[in-house]
Design a protein around this ligand. Sequence first.
Ligand code: GLY
Ligand code: MN
Ligand code: MN
Length: 450
Amino acid sequence: MAQGTSEYPDDYLSPAFHAGRRAAFREKMPERSVALFFASPQKVRNNDVNYIYAPSKNLYYLTGLEEPNALLLLFKQPVTLLGKTGTEFLFVQPRNPQREMWTGKILGPAGVMQKYQMENVFTTDQFSGRLLDFAQLDTIMTSFRTEQILFKYPGRGDLLANMAASLDSALLQAGKTPMPSPATAILHQLRGIKQPEEIALMEKVINMSVEGHNRVIRSIRPGMHEYDAQALMEYEFKSRGSEYVGYPSINGSGANSCILHYETNQRTLQDGDLLLNDCGAEYHGYSADVTRTIPVNGKFSTEQKIIYELVLAAQDAAFAVCKPGNQFSDPHNAALKVITAGLKQLGIIQTDNQARIYFPHGTSHHLGLDVHDMGSRSTLQPGMIFTVEPGIYIPPNSNCDKKWWSIGVRIEDDLLITNDGYRNLSAGAPRAVEDIEKMAKAAGKNKKPL
Ligand code: GLY
Ligand code: MN
Ligand code: MN
């Protein structure tokens, strides 16, 4: 069915995608090994209110499952468990009509088998660590913090902890130690190169994010609040189907633009401020990560423009080295070189190593199911999606002329490495000074009240 004609979105990753990812994972597993992927635990926010459940991204990548209380076992060689022979076994929470009335449908094994086209799906209570024949297994891969936490604090009585505790005691009895690194290494290889279905979702989530940024640029004016910028941004995400934000929105004005991960978003925007918006939507598990820095009154001041254009030149220098075969560190080195030379020329720093005072973070990270995604940091390859995000932050009382104080600029785009270079997936949001000023002015007097 074409998108938009069904009751619910129909552009989720396909069962074939997940089956392909499991096959690719198994291909890279050592002989005589098993990998265990637990769902993330649910987290309490306060009293009897949980945080919105965030599925384990590894489990989601390998199955599509978004429910809590689950465990996936992948074996290199076929085994027989609970009367079924195969390489993939999934344990999920059982149906529970009473709970479903409060919090919605639980798929149960039959629902999971149908929705994700998987075989060998059981309920959590059918799992026991003793099901595993450790004599046949040289490598047991449990990779993630979730498991480590559960192993430390087993027996809390919930379904997930029960499975972790049972596995833990069986491992202890067999004298086996689970190893985190092999599974993590495989997942870095797999998740770091996006498949066509993932690229399609990334394009969607980045486009939603671009629309949010453009809405804020068109609406910006003194007297608005940082939270108004956040609200307009997130309205655009949400009204395009985004389920969550990829990370808490950063809408920092004036001196707050110099706080890298500012999340308070309560200040009133003043005439003459910059506003740094680092905001990205999440869609079907995939996150965008886009930053635009804009003048609150629609026009950059002389000093703001100088710093802004230095960051822009650094970003352009980084873009120029984004191609297959180059190193993941090349964009950062290119950006740092430009920023160092520029800050020296402006008299803001005197020596090269002082650049880190005002540009204290890296330029790139992988982007995908996690905003800081898994992926190799060696050679750039087609299919990688990562950010290019240089910045300069000069907080008040910095050791330089006070005319530079409270200027914080980051420009962040999301790049896909192609066979011969890159595609900037977030190019729809303006970067050049004139283009930002034009977009802010175009709305001009017609700006509607918020
Ligand atoms: N939004 C977080 C980051 O840029 O890495
Ligand atoms: Mn980023
Ligand atoms: Mn960001």
